[in-house]
Design a protein around this ligand. Structure first.
Ligand code: SF4
Length: 251
């Protein structure tokens, strides 16, 4: 134990080697002694000194001296691979984001799909269409499901404030252009430049006030109630006043 303490003092400083903690037997004639590290830069750390006595040797020698984090020690956060740190929206202009060969969102263009998606002759119509594009990879079932879930639960889904206040759904809107493939059952692209979702994927049960069937009250032959503006005012010129007098004289 004294040898271990002096080894720790040699690596650190004698005043930094604190009280001894429970030693650990690592193997035959191989023991690690622990001492609290009192270096103010390393709160919660311990000196770990492993000592050994070789077979048939009389003296004990120091094998290793290290600092190990203990309870409450300040340590670096666990390493997170760079690609797991990326969040949607992080990709900037000029950035490259390589796709993994085994990315579960993609399958080879010639891959088979679940049987439920085959037509009567056993041909996968979606795959035939995808093959026509000559792409090496196409979206997998998992990739489609993830995208659909994300879109549906986002701002362009049925639960966003603009959708809940909309007079009608995108499914009946002339500005909706359906997507191709399986996703067309739930989504399309809004093509109305005045809609907040112009150029974005919207769910069929999304909606907004710019729906193609929204009509001006006058076109619906509904009476338009006059509104008295009590806050604004108009400049009236001398000519306006003369015109008004003429009108009142006529009437
Ligand atoms: S204009 Fe509005 S209702 Fe029509 S497709 Fe776009 S978001 Fe949907």
């Amino acid at each position: 134990m004294d040898l271990a303490r002096s080894a720790a003092a040699e690596v650190g400083r004698p005043e930094w080697v604190g009280e001894q903690r429970a030693p650990q037997v690592e193997g035959t004639r191989l023991v690690t002694h622990y001492f609290t590290c009192l270096d103010p830069s390393y709160p919660g750390w311990n000196y770990a000194v492993t000592v050994v006595r070789a077979s048939r040797a009389k003296s004990v020698t120091v094998n290793e001296v290290v600092l190990l984090p203990g309870e409450g020690a300040l340590v670096a956060p666990e390493w997170v691979p760079w690609k797991e740190r990326l969040r949607p929206g992080d990709l900037g202009a000029g950035d490259l984001l390589p796709t993994d060969e085994d990315d579960e969102r993609l399958v080879p263009g010639f891959a088979q799909v679940p049987e439920g998606e085959l037509d009567e002759e056993g041909a996968d119509q979606q795959m035939l269409w995808e093959l026509g594009l000559g792409r090496r990879h196409v979206l997998s079932e998992a990739g489609r499901e993830q995208a659909a879930e994300r879109w549906y639960n986002g701002e362009a889904g049925p639960r966003s404030p603009i959708a809940t206040a909309a007079p009608a759904r995108c499914a009946t809107c002339g500005f909706l252009t359906p997507l191709a493939g399986e996703l067309r059952q739930m989504f399309g692209v809004c093509t109305n430049e005045f809609a907040p979702d112009d150029g974005k994927v919207v769910s069929l049960d999304h909606g907004c006030g710019a729906h193609s069937e929204v009509r001006h009250p006058a076109e619906r032959n509904e009476p338009v109630a006059p509104v008295v503006d009590e806050l604004g005012y108009d400049h009236i010129t001398f000519e306006d006043t003369a015109e008004l007098e003429l009108v009142s004289a006529d009437s």
